[in-house]
Design a binder for this molecule. Structure first.
Ligand SMILES: Nc1nc2c(ncn2[C@@H]2O[C@H](COP(=O)(O)OP(=O)(O)O)[C@@H](O)[C@H]2O)c(=O)[nH]1
Ligand SMILES: [Mg+2]
Ligand SMILES: [Zn+2]
Length: 285
């Protein structure tokens, strides 16, 4: 049979296939190569053994997960204040790995001006951008639409409202049973492993406890600009081949910043991430 790995606890894999759940082990060789949540596997349902892992359409190292179709970047308008540098890292990482990103601005009840400011920056780049008030269940229908036929993973700083959003999406039933809230009997949050939850056919959400962002250092500093979506078609205007768009003259990116076609905030974050990557490459830490 073929199914999808929805959790992995000490090499015991939970597989979902045709709406049934199976618990399987893996053959030694497969175990070594690694089977991760999200993998599509062929398994023997009598012996409870995974025989084969299908090729992945993508693979994220941290959190370990495969075959995701969408990354949902959550920030809050206030408390905590929006971390646009982290958002830009996540967007670049999504472009790098070839997964479409969606932006959710949550806590819109706390600072409307900030919401508009963020929409102005990112609306221009043609990323889907949703505004929600998870506490009062506002904007959740829009999220439901965007989840359709996708395997989504939520990313974002602690406190931005990811758990509240997930609870809104899954509804009270599941929240009460504690599946998504990850609370133990005493009501404390526990760290559990990454798990895929099925909403509908072809619709899953990864709950990633304790995870906030991806490892952007997988990207080469020299390639970073092409993962800033709106920079891409300006690079051809750079005079120098191999232009890094920082100190060079006659740079297409800098010209676009100067005439307002690229947001200054995005450009500043590009430089910060570039310097971080460059430093990491030079010192190999
Ligand atoms: N005012 C306001 N508070 C919210 C909203 N969404 C979540 N919160 C609150 O923000 C806090 C952190 O939310 P939580 O879902 O635990 O964030 P997580 O760390 O990203 O999972 C909780 O006290 C929530 O009740 C919102 O839209 N507006
Ligand atoms: Mg949470
Ligand atoms: Zn340039």
């Amino acid at each position: 049979m073929q199914g999808r790995v929805i959790s992995n606890i000490s090499n015991l894999y939970t597989i979902e296939a045709n709406n049934n759940i199976y618990s399987c082990n893996a053959r030694g060789k497969l175990k070594e190569d690694g089977i991760v949540v999200g993998d599509i596997v062929d398994f023997n349902e009598n012996e409870n053994i995974i025989e084969k892992v299908e090729d992945r359409s993508n693979y994220i190292k941290r959190p370990k997960i495969a075959n995701i179709t969408q990354i949902i970047c959550v920030i809050s308008a206030k408390n905590p204040k929006p971390d646009l540098l982290m958002l830009d890292k996540q967007l670049a990482y999504a472009e790098f790995i070839g997964i479409k990103p969606v932006i959710i601005i949550n806590k819109i009840d706390l600072d409307e001006r900030k919401v508009k400011e963020i929409k102005d920056i990112y609306g221009n780049i043609e990323y889907p951008i949703l505004a929600t008030n998870a506490k009062e269940n506002k904007g959740i229908e829009d999220i439901n639409k965007i989840l359709e036929n996708n395997i989504s993973v939520f990313a974002g700083n602690s406190g931005v409202g990811k758990s509240t959003l997930l609870n809104d999406i899954f509804g009270e039933e599941i929240t009460k049973s504690g599946i998504i809230s990850n609370k133990n009997k005493k009501g404390k949050n526990t760290t559990t492993n990454i798990t895929l939850y099925k909403l509908k056919e072809n619709e899953y959400i990864a709950d990633t406890p304790g995870f906030s962002t991806f490892d952007v250092s997988e990207i080469d500093s020299k390639d970073l600009a092409i993962y800033f979506k709106e920079f891409k078609d300006k690079i051809k205007n750079c005079e120098f081949i191999g232009c890094r768009h920082i100190k060079e003259e006659n740079c297409g990116i800098k010209e676009a910043v100067n005439c307002g076609k690229i947001s200054e905030n995005r450009y500043e974050n590009y430089i910060k991430i570039y310097e971080y990557l460059k430093d990491k490459e030079e010192h190999k830490w």
